[in-house]
Ligand binder design. Structure first.
Ligand code: GLU
Length: 304
């Protein structure tokens, strides 16, 4: 019998899988809540699944008590996930600290294919690599190439502890279409340089772990802050080098304080924990988070 021509109803469509990927390094603030809320809305609108992944790779900064506080605050705010450390799921574990073997395998693959080289430069750069670069001053400076082997030259074997750097194809244009920010274009070697994928203290870097996990968890769209647009360009190079299919991207605008600084841990008054203690309800928060002056908008205790 001939194979029936697949109809619209029988062709399996890749279903939407989004994720929330917080790092347990402090209380979540309004900016996280807004980005995660958008992620949840996009997943719901597409009848998709939302995954919670705890990005706890940096032992110096991530603490279990922050994970517990985060889960509580996320739930209080009205966020729900269908897969995660507390609810399980087919793509666990959902803590990055439990996924090390996957990152090691990816690093080995990059070594074998000559995409990475050992490097012994500056501690400061290495320290920053395990976390997502959220501000200009946290972004890796363009690497001057001190340890970079000659083009086409053999990659030296690592001799003692070193970190591993991804060799970007200089001058190559990395482009993608972002669902929120539109067309994006970066030049490898000019907008960003060779970046760290594994730290000398044996901690996998954010860029590598994020790609490995988003691919392994079959994420179809990554929703995160616009400060990570350049990281997306780096990650697209990693997807290609590892032979993985990249997801789509939606980078949300950042919430800032009146001086234009991105919300961060220093804005303790705008943490979900503080707002909740001051009597704010999640719906009231969502009504106000697009106001231009957030500090003023949330300074008053509601109902008083
Ligand atoms: N754990 C990272 C952060 O909280 C996630 C970045 C991302 O969504 O890729 O900054």
């Amino acid at each position: 019998m001939d194979n029936p021509v697949p109809t619209r109803a029988t062709v399996p469509r890749p279903s939407y899988r989004g994720r929330l990927a917080p790092s347990p390094t402090g209380y979540l603030h309004l900016g996280h809540a807004r980005t995660f809320w958008i992620a949840q809305q996009r997943a719901e609108a597409r009848g998709g699944v939302l995954v919670l992944r705890i990005e706890d790779l940096d032992p110096g900064r991530c603490k279990p008590q922050w994970t517990a506080a985060m889960l509580e605050d996320l739930r209080w705010f009205g966020l729900r996930w269908q897969e995660g450390p507390d609810v399980g799921g087919p793509f666990g574990p959902y803590h990055q600290s439990g996924r090390r073997a996957r990152y090691e395998a990816a690093l080995e693959q990059l070594k074998r294919s000559g995409w990475v080289y050992p490097c012994r430069c500056s501690r400061r750069e290495v320290a920053a690599a395990a976390r997502a670069p959220h501000a200009e001053d946290e972004d890796e400076p363009i690497y001057p190439g001190t340890c970079r082997p000659e083009a086409g030259g053999a990659v030296r074997a690592a001799d003692g502890p070193c970190h591993w750097r991804f060799r970007v194809p200089d001058g190559q244009i990395v482009e993608f279409s972002d669902a929120a920010c539109g067309h994006q274009r970066f030049v490898a070697g000019r907008d960003f340089g060779d970046f760290i994928v594994w730290r000398k203290d044996d901690v996998p870097a954010y860029q590598l772990a994020c790609v490995v996990d988003d691919a392994a968890m079959r994420i179809t769209e990554v929703v995160r802050g616009a400060d990570l647009l350049k990281s997306t360009a780096r990650q697209l190079l990693l997807y290609r080098a590892l032979g993985l299919q990249p997801p789509a991207f939606h980078h949300c605008r950042l919430l800032t304080d009146p001086s234009g600084r991105r919300l961060a841990k220093r804005h303790d008054d705008l943490s979900l924990r503080t707002l909740r203690l001051h009597g704010w309800q999640p719906e009231q928060i969502r009504e106000r988070w697009d106001e231009p002056d957030l500090i003023a908008a949330f300074a008053r205790v509601p109902g008083r």
